[in-house]
Design a protein. Structure first.
Length: 150
């Protein structure tokens, strides 16, 4: 027979039971929906074109478990020569979320280059909050990373 205490205990434990597998599963080091990094945007273009430019399936490179797409062979070759320079910080996950200790997906339009490093955010609002906390949010994100990957 279920008592009120047993029922309440089951409801209280349900979120833990539901989240338990996710808590132990490690997240990939690069945010890549469908296996494609930064939603198919050209990482080099953020520097060369001052913003997101769609990449092409014709110009790709596999790195850190994700497929990276580029608008040109020249951009692909620049990335291949120095991926750490062009790849977004925090694996392309939201920089603001990383500063708070969790992972969030990103959108290509919510970006910043700060001190030569590309940072992506989950939304334009998250980008605004992140920019308002510089440089402390970067230090917090770096302290949380890679522990938040799981």
């Amino acid at each position: 027979m279920l008592t009120r205490r047993t029922t309440l205990g089951l409801f209280a434990a349900a979120p833990l039971i539901t989240l338990a597998p996710a808590a132990f599963a490690a997240e990939p080091p690069v945010y890549a929906e469908g296996g494609v990094a930064i939603d198919g945007s050209d990482a080099v273009a953020y520097f060369a074109e001052n913003g997101p430019v769609p990449g092409s399936a014709e110009f790709t490179h596999d790195w850190m478990g994700a497929r990276w797409q580029f608008a040109s062979a020249a951009n692909r070759d620049m990335f291949v020569a120095d991926p750490e320079r062009y790849a977004p910080a925090f694996g392309g996950y939201c920089a603001y979320a990383a500063s708070l200790g969790y992972l969030a997906p990103t959108v290509p339009e919510a970006w910043s280059v700060y001190e030569g490093r590309l940072y992506l955010n989950a939304s334009l609002r998250a980008r605004e909050l992140w920019l308002g906390g510089l440089p402390d949010v970067i230090a917090a994100g770096e302290a949380n990373w890679p522990g938040i990957l799981g």
